[in-house]
Design a protein. Structure first.
Length: 411
């Protein structure tokens, strides 16, 4: 049986932005991870905890879910996708799982590759970069799509990894531990080859979220609970005490942030200075935002031994609540497709910042087209006359929207 929770969102100027309806779409399952894949239609994946851990998938925005894989008795801590749609799963003591067909089949990269440590987090960057975080052996990096890994940040418990989709050479890592240690935030500006010193020490950081270019939020389980904000790519931080143990954070295109933790799911319209409760009051970990053409969505995962609200909850809002200059791509099309040598990308904007990366079918990076500050329909001609016939991928990336389109060049 589905349940619906109503939330009216009020800003600090006391004007109603929109009304969110929270509806549970996956019942009775302890959820620890959420992720989405835009390689074709938007697909959302959820990972559960414990001895009966599973990977679930929805292709209709949470109206129904399929079980696609077992966790082999180990929690599904993290899920990520690369630009070609390959799926990577941090499966604790089972190691790192990889699927090239959307989860129909997996290969296992064992913990022996990661110094014998459990795999707690995973993230994908561009052009074959994959990052895996471990329980106590630190961060490992692959430059060949997960075929081989190198330890680049040893001796840490890596809870969260985020590759910056706009500042593509930047990789951010949050670390935590049950005992005092070098917990905090680490930054790389060379695709993870080297990392900074700890830029926000003594924080057990569980999640990282981007908003505008250079603006980063983190949440921590360290008492009394912190929401930290940086506006310079993580170099300096403004620290706020939330009073809650927090494990998840995401932001909407209208500037509102949502956080999840032991007390449930909260929202803030003033960068976390004040938090407002929602009707989700059970222990929650993952919370992600998804913008799909005409609507915004918030998905939250609840896990609690008390039961009741366990599962995945979805919050839906009207895009009319979003400032017109911050709306996501309304439509993307490529015509002609298939094509001979030249085709055109048609984008019905607005979009604030983003780019289009073009890849060959084997993952070779070809070209980047930058999109910045557009508020009109855009036509982008693409010349493939110097490239061989074959399949190519256009990967649209922005803070507001990700999507991949397949092209076929026939000469």
């Amino acid at each position: 049986m589905k349940k619906t929770l109503i939330l009216c969102l009020i800003t600090f100027t006391h004007t109603i932005l929109c009304q969110y309806t929270f509806q549970r779409s996956l019942d009775g399952v302890n959820i620890w991870s959420l992720a989405y894949d835009f390689s074709s239609v938007p697909k959302i994946y959820a990972g559960s905890t414990g001895s009966t851990a599973r990977i679930f998938r929805t292709t209709n925005l949470g109206n129904s879910w399929d079980t696609i894989a077992s966790g082999g008795g180990q929690t599904i801590f993290s899920i990520s996708f690369d630009s070609l749609g390959n799926m990577f799963v941090a499966n604790n003591n089972n190691g790192l799982l990889k699927s090239t067909n959307g989860g129909l089949n997996f290969i296992t990269i064992p913990t022996s590759v990661f110094g014998g440590s459990a795999v707690l987090s995973v993230a994908c960057g561009r052009s074959g970069y994959v990052y895996a975080g471990t329980n106590n052996s630190g961060l490992f990096r692959s430059t060949d799509g997960g075929s081989t890994f190198t330890n680049v940040l040893p001796g840490l418990q890596v809870i969260v990894i985020k590759a910056d989709v706009l500042q593509s050479s930047n990789v951010y890592v949050g670390t935590a531990s049950t005992t005092p240690g070098p917990n905090g935030f680490y930054r790389s500006t060379d695709w993870g080859a080297t990392f900074s010193v700890n830029l926000n020490p003594n924080k057990s950081i569980y999640d990282i979220s981007f908003r505008n270019q250079g603006e980063i939020f983190t949440v921590a389980t360290t008492s009394p609970g912190f929401i930290d904000r940086s506006t310079d790519y993580g170099l300096t931080w403004n620290n706020l005490q939330s009073g809650y143990v927090l494990r998840g954070i995401t932001s909407l295109v209208n500037g509102v942030i949502f956080v999840a933790g032991n007390g449930g799911v909260y929202y803030s319209g003033n960068n976390g200075v004040t938090l407002n409760t929602t009707s989700i009051t059970s222990s929650s970990t993952p919370v992600i935002s998804l913008v799909n053409l005409s609507s915004q969505y918030i998905f939250a995962g609840v896990s609690t031994s008390a039961g009741g609200q366990n599962g995945v909850w979805r919050s839906v809002s009207s895009l009319s609540s979003v400032n017109s200059q911050q709306q996501v791509l309304k439509s993307i099309k490529v015509f002609p497709n298939p094509f001979n040598s030249i085709t055109t990308v048609y984008i019905n904007l607005p979009i604030v910042n983003g780019f289009i990366d073009i890849f060959s079918a084997d993952g070779r990076f070809i070209k980047r087209v930058t999109l910045q500050g557009y508020d009109r329909e855009l036509q982008i001609p693409l010349d493939f006359s110097s490239l061989a016939s074959g399949i190519y991928f256009l990967n649209f990336i922005s803070r507001e929207f990700n999507r991949t389109i397949k092209l076929l060049s026939i000469k």
